[in-house]
Ligand binder design. Structure first.
Ligand code: GDP
Length: 302
């Protein structure tokens, strides 16, 4: 059993590759929920949805969000009615958000709601929200904190940011399922997800770092040199006071890490790191990286 820690792009690409080598039933994914928002009456959990749709075989792998071939009739109708739906939500994607919102409003935990949605979508992997408590990543621009989704989607990441924080500031408890998925795994893999907005929120959940210390943990860098493959990871690392690079990523994980993997083109060498082709630009390259990692993992994880 391998357990992954995931955001909504880099690690899902790696999961796409691993699915060729492992049965979905042998994979657990602990997913970041600090980008969740209630929007237009539904509950959006973008990273959970990407992972769930991947395992359901319906993910739009051009964008790494939403459902392949989805229509946007309701989104357009809402805009025509003058609403401020700043995220383009597909119709089938919205159905999932409404169903999740209903389950939460009935008093179900996010873990229970996710499990029901997964079952109804035929997902056989374990998709585990990092916590059942609401938590959000906020970024500060010109003195004001705004939700990460506002910064990234509404403002297209164009605002200068100088601080990042979680709300509430006291770390939420990881769920029991999350701790069991980590402590019961043969290996834990942190894919190349954004350290600040996807992986640190998981590591901050009470119990997670301690659970990782007892396990064989591999992490893949989302940077080549001091540039991320995509997205705002560089700006966010700088706003947190970390080096926006593979070295900076390694520093964040080194207290529990057994193996760091960086891209073979990366000129900033992290001592002891394995170098592989981490550019997952198509399905074959996703498989290639998964295969490379599996060759390095200790034998008992096979
Ligand atoms: P988000 O929730 O959509 O922000 O997604 P993640 O946090 O899971 O992933 C975003 C990170 O993935 C970015 O920092 C990218 O640099 C990284 N990333 C995306 N594609 C690749 C890739 O093919 N290889 C590597 N190494 N990193 C990638």
């Amino acid at each position: 059993m391998i357990t992954f820690l995931s955001g909504g792009t880099g690690t899902p690409k790696l999961l796409r590759g691993f699915r060729s080598y492992s049965d979905d039933q042998d994979i657990n994914v602990v997913v970041n929920t600090a980008e969740d928002v209630w929007i237009s009456g539904g509950h959006m959990s973008p990273d959970i949805d990407t992972v769930m749709y991947l395992f359901a075989g319906i993910l739009n792998t051009d964008t790494w969000w939403g459902i392949s071939g989805d229509s946007f009739l309701t989104h357009k109708a809402l805009l025509d009615l003058g609403t401020d739906e700043y995220i383009a939500i597909g119709d089938r994607d919205r159905a999932v958000q409404i169903a999740r919102g209903d389950l939460l409003n009935q008093g179900k935990s996010l873990t229970a709601a996710t499990s029901i949605l997964c079952r109804n979508m035929g997902v056989r992997a374990g998709v585990l929200p990092m916590t059942d408590s609401p938590v959000a990543t906020l970024v500060r621009s010109s003195g004001n904190y705004i939700h990460f989704q506002e910064y990234w989607v509404r403002c297209k990441g164009s605002l200068p940011i100088d601080a990042v924080k979680r709300e509430p500031e006291s770390p939420p408890a990881a769920t029991k399922d999350v701790i069991e998925a980590i402590t019961g795994a043969d290996a834990v893999i942190i894919g190349p997800s954004n350290p600040v907005t996807s992986i640190l929120p998981i590591l901050e959940c009470q119990g997670v770092r301690d659970a990782l210390r007892g396990q064989y943990v591999v992490a893949v860098s989302p940077f080549i040199g001091n540039a991320p493959f995509s997205g705002p990871a560089g700006e966010l690392m700088k706003a947190k006071g970390f080096s926006p690079s593979s070295s900076g990523t390694y520093e964040l994980y080194k207290d529990f890490l057994d193996l760091f993997i960086q891209d073979e083109r990366d000129t900033m060498t992290v001592p002891g790191a394995a170098c592989l082709d981490t550019m997952m630009t198509n399905e074959e390259k996703c498989r290639g990286l998964a295969e490379g990692i599996l060759k390095i993992l200790p034998a008992h994880t096979g």
